[in-house]
Design a protein around this ligand. Structure first.
Ligand code: SF4
Ligand code: SF4
Length: 159
C-alpha cells in the first residue's frame, strides 16, 4: 500500500520550515520560491494552509503532457516529472485543478511534489502535526478536500 501526504490546517503555525526543506531537497538551496510545498495565508495571517500535489489517481497533468514527461513512480505512487523530457510548455500547470505544479523560469521546466522518493522532507521538517505521511487509506478525503479548497480560495465544502 502506498502512503500519502496529509495536511492538518489547524496544526500549522506558518513557520515555513516545510517550504525551506522542500526547496533544499529540490534545488539544494533554502529558497521558498523553489518549494513545491506552499503555505498560503488567510485572514491576515491568522490561518496558514499547507498545500501541495495530492498525487491524484486520475492525474490530469499526466494525461495532458504532450511528451509523456510525467510518469508514476511504482514504489511511491507519486507522479514525477522528468526534467530531461519536459519541454516547459506549461500545459500541466493549466490542467492541475490545485495549482500544484510550478514552472521554474531558471530551469525552463516544471516541478511538483514527488514525495521525495518516499521520505518527504517537509514532514521531517515540520515541528507540529500539520504534516504527516501515512497509509493512503487513512488520509481522510474530506480533510484533504477541505485543505485543497481553502488553498484554492474557494468556500470550504459544507460551509
Ligand atoms: S510543462 Fe513539461 S511536464 Fe508539463 S505538460 Fe509540458 S512537457 Fe509535460
Ligand atoms: S513546517 Fe508544519 S507548522 Fe510549519 S508552516 Fe509547514 S506545515 Fe505549517
Amino acid at each position: 500500500m502506498h502512503k500519502a501526504l496529509v495536511m492538518e490546517v489547524d496544526a500549522c503555525t506558518g513557520c515555513h520550515q516545510c517550504e525551506l526543506m522542500c526547496s533544499y531537497g529540490k534545488v539544494g538551496a533554502f529558497n521558498p520560491a523553489k518549494s513545491v510545498m506552499d503555505i498560503t495565508l488567510y485572514d491576515g495571517g491568522a490561518v496558514n494552509v499547507p498545500s501541495t500535489c495530492t498525487q491524484c489517481q486520475e492525474a490530469w497533468c499526466m494525461v495532458v503532457c504532450p511528451v509523456e514527461a510525467i510518469t508514476v513512480n511504482p514504489s511511491t505512487g507519486a507522479k514525477e516529472v522528468s526534467a530531461e523530457a519536459c519541454v516547459g510548455c506549461k500545459v500541466c500547470t493549466i490542467a492541475c485543478p490545485f495549482g500544484a505544479i510550478n514552472y521554474d523560469p531558471d530551469s525552463g521546466v516544471v516541478t511538483k511534489c514527488d514525495l521525495c522518493g518516499g521520505e518527504p522532507m517537509c514532514v521531517e521538517a515540520c515541528p507540529t502535526t500539520a504534516l504527516a505521511y501515512v497509509a493512503e487509506d487513512s488520509t481522510g478525503y474530506d480533510k484533504m478536500l477541505r485543505s485543497a479548497t481553502l488553498a484554492a480560495g474557494l468556500d470550504a465544502p459544507g460551509a
